[in-house]
Design a protein around this ligand. Structure first.
Ligand SMILES: [Zn+2]
Length: 82
């Protein structure tokens, strides 16, 4: 995990689906291929919990382009894996 990824995450702004690993923690897209961003400490209402956050694989831009290609019935870009 890079320090760069850490800075991009605002834990307070994460939605339920993002914390549960359904949506990308960085761009909030529905995840089809994902990568772990690591486990983060989240404090809400005085309760501390640890959540593993997930993001688009291989990265948000490529995943978004692949989602478009999938809709258009075109072959996926390299790096896309189920
Ligand atoms: Zn993303």
């Amino acid at each position: 995990m890079s320090a760069e990824a850490l800075e991009q995450i605002d834990l307070r702004g994460l939605t339920g689906p993002q914390q549960e690993g359904w949506n990308c923690a960085l761009c909030n897209a529905r995840l089809f291929a994902d990568r772990s961003l690591g486990v983060y400490r989240v404090v809400s209402c005085g309760q501390e919990s640890r959540v593993e956050l997930w993001a688009c694989r291989p990265d948000c831009r490529t995943a978004a382009r692949n989602a478009e290609r999938l809709h258009a019935g075109r072959p996926r870009l390299p790096g896309w894996a189920w």
